[in-house]
Design a protein around this ligand. Structure first.
Ligand SMILES: [Zn+2]
Ligand SMILES: [Zn+2]
Length: 205
């Protein structure tokens, strides 16, 4: 069924114009809007051969879908384990206006989410902080991967302690337990790739 009224998609919070998406019952029984891209990807995710690493996103957002979505780039400041100075770590992404039915703070535990957060910072006047996020060797993961780094001494700030602290802050105070560094306009397809392509790295909120 088409959505008669405009609204935000329950899966991704992208704005959908009237008639541009679908209306369905959510898990709690209320009516929710879903954008055409998320409906397609949710159907695909139910298939046996679905591979989140090889998402079949459309080349452009479908008619009725907004082109960009405003995201909060969430950070936390904590002492660096190596030098003791306070340093800013990228923690996650969350829609500025979460839609009805939307649940999901996507954390930088997922390299895909961290890469998008870094790109948004580069595009929104935070190049210096973005530059602290780069590939480093992780002894825990036994490979080089994109990571938060100390702005003073460049030491890798491990995902485990950063996410543990983020989880504690969100459990205590919700999304406002983290700092919103910037509200960034993000191309919807890049955001939907994070929403549907993250294996792990999401807090229900
Ligand atoms: Zn959607
Ligand atoms: Zn340091």
């Amino acid at each position: 069924m088409e959505n008669r009224y405009a609204g935000g998609c329950a899966s991704c919070s992208v704005w959908v114009s009237a008639g541009g998406g679908f209306l369905g019952k959510g898990v709690t029984g209320g009516w929710e809007v879903r954008c055409a891209t998320c409906r397609f990807l949710d159907d695909r995710a139910a298939a046996d051969d679905f591979d989140p690493e090889a998402l079949e996103l459309p080349p452009v957002p479908p008619a009725g879908s907004a082109a960009t979505v405003a995201l909060r780039v969430l950070t936390l400041t904590r002492p660096c384990w190596a030098c003791g100075e306070a340093t800013v770590c990228l923690a996650g992404l969350y829609p500025q206006r979460p839609a009805r039915g939307y649940v999901g703070l996507f954390t930088t535990d997922s390299p895909r989410t961290l890469a998008l957060a870094r790109r948004l910072l580069q595009n929104h006047g935070h190049a210096a902080l973005a530059a602290t996020v780069r590939p480093r060797y992780s002894g825990t993961m036994r490979k080089r991967q994109l990571s938060n780094g100390c702005s003073h001494c460049d030491a890798l700030q491990g995902n485990f302690p950063v996410q543990e602290e983020a989880l504690g802050r969100v459990a205590a105070s919700g999304v406002d337990g983290l700092d919103t560094l910037v509200i960034a306009d993000c191309p919807v397809l890049e955001w939907q790739a994070v929403v549907h392509g993250s294996s792990g790295g999401v807090m229900a909120i």
